[in-house]
Design a binder for this molecule. Sequence first.
Ligand code: SF4
Length: 360
Amino acid sequence: MDTYDLRSCTEEDLRQVCQELGLKRFRALQLFQWVQQKAVRSWSEISNIGKEDRLALSSRLQLQPLERVKEQRSVDGTRKYLFRLADGELIECVLMDYAREQSRDRHTVCVSTQVGCAVGCAFCATGMEGLRRNLTAGEILGQVLDITRFIRQEDPDFQVTNVVFMGMGEPLLNYEQVLRAISLMNQERGLNIGMRRMTVSTSGVVPQIIQLARDNSQVGLAVSLHAADDETRNRLVPMNRRYPLAQLMEACREYTTITRRRITFEVALTADNANREQAEALVRLLKGQLGHVNLIPVNPVAGTGLERPDLEKLKRFAHSLEAGGISVSWREERGTDINAACGQLRRQWRVGNNESIGTI
Ligand code: SF4
């Protein structure tokens, strides 16, 4: 008989397994809640299912929690985790806490969706290593579950409120598993994270942008734009050579027509591109598009040669966009003291431990 990854299973999948094993139907819901709400890391913690039933279930369902290899805490409260998967691969995940006075606190987890990445953006440590493999839905969701479990040791009421798919990997190149993870995180009898509290970030995989609008119009979309002309964007985001700006903007228009939701356009600013010409080109490109621009001063990554622009340049850039009628926000700089930029921690750890860094 087939075995399954427990964390990738829906309640319906578990009902099917229970039926095949001749177990009571309500065991499926019990198990689902232990996995998704209580974030258990071993079968022995599941106290209201008898040993015999647990044994039968564990013969068909694999519970594979992530191993915490390293945790770094920033002075601003951001925590960065290096996790080891069951096959030994390493991924990164970040928790950002935003305390609010009036409403409940926001706890955002930035998850990885692939081990490594094939896109190779110029400013990204993950892209330097190429793609090793896709994550399963259970491994994507597992990052949220294991962080929840670790933080609950200090704060028993801790709940993740928001998830951004902006860690290692291009989420839309692992489309099926990402969509499954989103659906699992949204389950009322599970983590119950609202669709509108999840955001998928893409380097611009045009067919899947349109597919996402059709399959799930509630989840948020962020597009890593970074440049307003093909020549510059080809250099910064190589996905642009496959889907140039004209095709990308056409897909974005179709996305907003279907979903009626605004897109976040991410623009990483370096000392080189934070200039007036780029700002004016962005205004022309985004005129009439439902969305807003989020400016991100780049975290310096060794080996990329890119430098962070100074504050005056940033302000002038933001002002030029606003003057052109574009809504602008600044991404709060978080975790800069712990290398929170994607892929940095994994790369450093592997170099420090003499693991080879190769591309498959
Ligand atoms: S920024 Fe994202 S899409 Fe680009 S190389 Fe890094 S992980 Fe891949």
